[in-house]
Design a protein around this ligand. Structure first.
Ligand code: GDP
Length: 181
């Protein structure tokens, strides 16, 4: 019943994924529409706020970055415990980050209250054509789609560099999160 939902509620969305897949860059693009190349982006804050109009309703998202804390599992876990939704990123030009998605999903499912919506995001898709030419093993779109399906997750490919699909990814997840909570 929509009328019973508090209107000032901020939904908590946590960014997950291996180091260097582009979590900080994703947030920077989403919240400030900027991109910094070859910089270890340290935003210096735990989260960013972003208001989106979801199905006609202004919806406030509190986006948590787990930057630099990939190795500190207990800290990461405390983020996921109270999450309403997860953006789980991998780098389409880094096979290892794709193979590690499973571990992230296991951890998220382990600590979160119930089946929270997950958006699987293949980031850095701007780099793929060049990487393939350089002989680097890249993750095709269909692999990402299939993996997402096995986890009943949403899926999209993005580029924090050129901005493609960033808003779409977040909107799609937000729609699912507001339906779910
Ligand atoms: P994090 O550790 O997951 O937060 O990753 P960062 O946001 O720090 O990004 C790691 C590196 O990848 C930085 O040098 C970024 O500039 C770069 N990067 C992030 N996203 C993209 C992208 O979509 N395309 C390209 N070409 N580079 C990206």
């Amino acid at each position: 019943d929509r009328s019973q939902q508090p209107t000032d509620r901020a939904y908590r969305v946590v960014l997950a994924g291996d180091a260097a897949v582009g979590k900080s860059s994703f947030l920077l693009r989403l919240c400030k529409n900027e991109f910094i190349d070859n910089t270890k982006a340290t935003l210096g804050v735990d989260f960013q706020m972003k208001t989106l109009v979801v199905d006609g309703e202004p919806t406030v998202l509190q986006l948590w970055d787990t930057a630099g804390q990939e190795r500190f599992r207990s800290i990461a876990k405390s983020y996921f415990r109270r999450a309403d939704g997860v953006l789980l990123l991998y780098d389409v030009t880094c096979e290892r980050s794709f193979l590690n998605v499973r571990e992230w999903v296991d951890m998220i499912e382990d600590v979160s209250q119930d089946d929270i919506p997950i958006m699987l995001v293949g980031n850095k898709c701007d780099l793929r054509p060049e990487a393939i030419q350089d002989g680097i093993t890249c993750i095709p779109t269909s692999y990402g789609e299939k993996l997402a399906m096995t986890y009943s997750a949403l899926f999209c490919e993005t580029s924090a560099k050129d901005g493609s699909n960033i808003i779409e990814a977040v909107l799609h997840l937000a729609r699912e999160v507001t339906k779910h909570t």
